[in-house]
Design a protein around this ligand. Structure first.
Ligand code: HEM
Length: 92
């Protein structure tokens, strides 16, 4: 039996996702389109018995819907965060 947290992943932010290829924890998906196709196929096979949520099923998205989702994710990238806001000022 796998441990309770085996096969679980934190859900990453989609902010700026157009700039962070390759995707997923092992970087095996090279483009956002590959990611959407992965979900459209119902995700990967369940390699940890019982850990794949039954809600993860093929989505039957059309090619247009796949492209629309990619365009949406590409819209989640704005200007870079100003340098001044990336400084850690929590310590003196
Ligand atoms: C069509 C719907 C979805 C789209 C377009 C989408 C998009 C994405 C993208 C682009 C990534 C890669 C992020 C990166 O590597 O920086 C990702 C990863 C991830 N997503 Fe989704 N997502 C969808 C549905 C879901 C759902 C339903 C869940 C959870 C119930 C989920 C949970 C996750 C998790 C845990 C990861 C990290 C996987 C890993 O690192 O291997 N996503 N998703």
């Amino acid at each position: 039996m796998p441990g309770e947290s085996e096969g679980t992943f934190r859900t990453p932010t989609l902010r700026g996702v157009a700039l962070t290829a390759p995707y997923t924890h092992a970087g095996q998906l090279k483009t956002l389109k590959e990611v959407v196709q992965f979900y459209n196929d119902g995700g990967a096979a369940d390699s940890f018995s019982g850990t794949k949520d039954p809600l993860i099923v093929p989505l039957n998205l059309t090619e247009q819907e796949v492209d629309d989702l990619v365009a949406f994710m590409e819209s989640l990238t704005g200007d870079p965060v100003p340098e001044a806001l990336t400084q850690d000022i929590s310590k003196p």
